[in-house]
Design a protein around this ligand. Structure first.
Ligand code: BEZ
Length: 213
């Protein structure tokens, strides 16, 4: 298993999931993707996470993002657990969960960290661009549920960079000013950023968020 790094192609795989056999790259198509791991079925934090993500479907759809979860338990277990998630979280799970019993995908994405647990995955998150490249990796411990609003915030930032040549400053939130990426010259700014810009330093140029009216 090679170490995965930002900018690498997200490894492809074919896996059994709660929505049937899926080839990851084909399933992604032209979408962005999130692949995230869960230590085990029928655990409390994971149950709340999967419920939350189901409720965020419209937010992910709006950003052209498909979501796939993983745990090392089997399909029968997933099916029973999904019923529990739907019941306890007042939702309907609306994305596939990989049944990674042989740990093929966990190993491919280095989701098992033996000094944390020898047999369960940690909470890994991979954001994959529509070019199939890894854009973000975050690793949480099993005991901490992820902040999916933060994940949406990062996806918004990544998409602003991909489509509008801006980066986002510390603690940026949707609607705040953005940073013009260093590769854009001042000559290019009037065409690329018609809303104008402020040059605080030659290397620090701010512009209103380009994709808002
Ligand atoms: C949970 O999902 O609740 C959990 C899983 C493993 C360790 C701690 C919590």
């Amino acid at each position: 298993m090679a170490t995965l790094r930002l900018g690498d192609e997200a490894p492809d795989f074919t896996a059994e999931t709660s929505e049937g056999k899926i080839n990851f790259h084909q399933w992604l198509g032209d979408s962005w993707g999130i692949l995230f791991s869960h230590p085990a079925d029928f655990t409390p934090v994971c149950t709340t996470e999967l419920g939350t993500v189901s409720k965020y479907k419209a937010k992910f759809d709006k950003r052209n993002v498909k979501v796939m979860a993983l745990s090392v338990d089997g399909l029968e277990s997933h099916e029973k657990w999904i019923k529990d998630i739907n019941e306890t979280q007042d939702t309907t799970v609306n994305f596939p969960i990989i049944a990674d019993e042989d740990r093929k995908v966990s190993d491919l994405y280095d989701m098992i960290h033996p000094n944390a647990s020898t047999n369960l995955t940690v909470r890994s998150v991979f954001v994959i661009g529509n070019d199939k490249k890894i854009k973000l990796m975050i690793t949480y411990p099993a005991s901490t549920g992820r902040n999916f609003d933060e994940l949406l915030r990062v996806i918004d930032s990544l998409q602003l960079t991909a489509y509008h040549k801006v980066a986002t400053p510390a603690n940026w939130q949707n609607g705040d000013d953005c940073v013009i990426v260093p590769s854009v010259t001042n000559d290019q700014i009037p065409v690329l950023f018609p809303k104008g810009y402020t040059e605080i330093k030659p290397y620090l140029r701010m512009t209103p968020q380009p994709n808002l009216n």
